[in-house]
Design a protein around this ligand. Structure first.
Ligand code: LLP
Length: 414
């Protein structure tokens, strides 16, 4: 089910035509469907409804305040990795008590603020972090709730840049070091171990790495139970893939039932940290064709969005479907490379796409709701795009297009 659909050869987001949105807000512009966001979150919750669970949306996937606020209004928790993300969640009226704080490099001031607002727990990734947390908690006369992120050395079978569960990756605590660290935690007065977890990578399209990773976690949980160490939760991370092209990721229901089958006999709350699966297919990047440039070797369609707006194709060679906003019936289709104005050959949004195009046409880069705007930059001094949320037949600007002045903010001439 998608809420981006054609009506009379024109692409709509819910009940609003993307042509209208481009007219009103300009391009490039991210467009999100509120209903799709809500459906995705509801489906996740429904799939896990038979077990105690908490969804902590991975803010990095899309950190727009309106999206965070929408999820907060649905009782979602949040997985954050920086002070910036923490402040975003608070500004969006998210509940700090439902925040888990991941990341290998938490700075002291970030830890202090997280302790002050009373987050649910810190997902700890190293011994050094444990010691820093204990020292800071002691200075503040607090107890820091922590969960250990275990690195189970499991291949997630995804792009190497987004695989996080192998020993060669910087993430998590090696499985074999976990018990020793847990003994150490017990000797530290200002830490309380409440959970254990993992996150082995992103855009996983098979179930087996997830279930192998959980088996490893549960082996540890069993060992802890034998030592009378009880936990409150197990965190199974995020990582569920979406379909960008011809991948066949497990459905949310399959994913949930496979994992619930393993976890159901443990008296533990399940924490999940999905990002992409909640937002990817709820957003498109709307862009306009500026120039058609046929050459002896290739046809280029030069559009007004670029790698600074959507980095995934350049960084991971990622595929996003590219759809015309108005289907042109009187023009013949050709193979086009859809490229932006940025001065790099990596600046493409799609290669060899069969499209019928003319100058000024609008295109929708599909499944751009996750790691789209949140990874955008000012490269080539390009102001960042506007973001719009569609709710049935209404549109809401949820982030203004940046101005040229925004580009220089904080800079000084000597
Ligand atoms: N939890 C942790 C600790 C994470 O590091 C991540 C993502 C998630 C949860 C959410 O994973 P998801 O459900 O979204 O797969 N920029 C890349 C993806 C990087 C993911 C980083 N960590 C991309 O565009 O594909």
């Amino acid at each position: 089910m998608t809420y981006f659909h054609y009506q009379n050869d024109e692409l709509y987001a819910e009940d609003v035509s993307l042509t209208e949105i481009a007219k009103q807000y300009g391009t490039p512009c991210y467009v999100y469907s509120k209903k799709m966001l809500l459906d995705n979150l509801k489906n996740f919750n429904l799939a896990f409804e038979t077990v105690p669970h908490r969804i902590c949306y991975a803010v990095k996937a899309n950190s727009n305040l309106a999206i965070l606020n929408l999820f907060a209004s649905m009782q979602s928790g949040f997985d954050i990795v920086s002070l910036g993300e923490l402040e975003r969640v608070i500004a969006a009226r998210g509940d700090p008590k439902k925040i888990v704080f991941s990341g290998v490099g938490k700075k002291s001031h970030e830890i202090i603020r997280a302790l002050d607002v009373g987050i649910h727990c810190f997902n700890v990734e190293s011994e050094a972090e444990l010691l820093r947390l204990n020292t800071i908690a002691k200075e503040k006369n607090k107890i820091a709730p922590i969960a250990l992120r275990i690195n189970p050395n499991i291949d997630a079978g995804t792009h190497p840049y987004i695989a996080t569960g192998l020993h060669e990756n910087k993430f998590g605590i090696a499985y074999h070091d976990a018990l020793n660290l847990i003994t150490m935690i017990q000797s530290l007065d200002h830490l309380k171990l409440i959970g254990i977890g993992n996150h082995i990578g992103s855009q996983l399209t098979e179930l087996s790495p997830f279930s192998d990773a959980i088996d490893r976690l549960l082996e540890l949980v069993d060992q802890l139970l034998n030592k009378d160490i009880s936990l409150q939760h197990v965190n199974i991370g995020g990582g569920l893939g979406v379909q960008y092209r011809n991948e066949k990721p497990p459905s949310i229901q399959h994913y949930a039932s496979a994992l619930i089958a393993k976890l159901v006999n443990y008296p533990l709350e399940i924490i999940l940290e999905p990002g992409r699966a909640l937002v990817a297919n709820a957003g498109v990047l709307l862009t306009r064709v500026e120039y058609l440039k046929p050459t002896a070797h290739k046809n280029f369609a030069i559009v007004d969005a670029a790698m600074n707006d959507l980095l995934r194709p350049a960084l991971y060679n990622a595929w996003h479907d590219i759809s015309p906003v108005q289907i042109q019936k009187n023009i013949s289709k050709k193979l086009y490379d859809i490229v932006g104005p940025v001065c790099e050959s990596a600046d493409f949004l799609g290669k060899d796409r069969e499209l019928a195009l003319k100058t000024c046409d609008l295109l929708a880069i599909q499944s751009a709701g996750a790691y789209g705007f949140s990874m955008s930059s000012h490269y080539n001094s390009r102001p960042r795009a506007a973001e719009v949320m569609v709710d049935k037949n209404k549109t809401h600007l949820i982030r203004e297009r940046e101005t040229i002045q925004d580009l220089f903010r904080g800079e000084m001439i000597l």
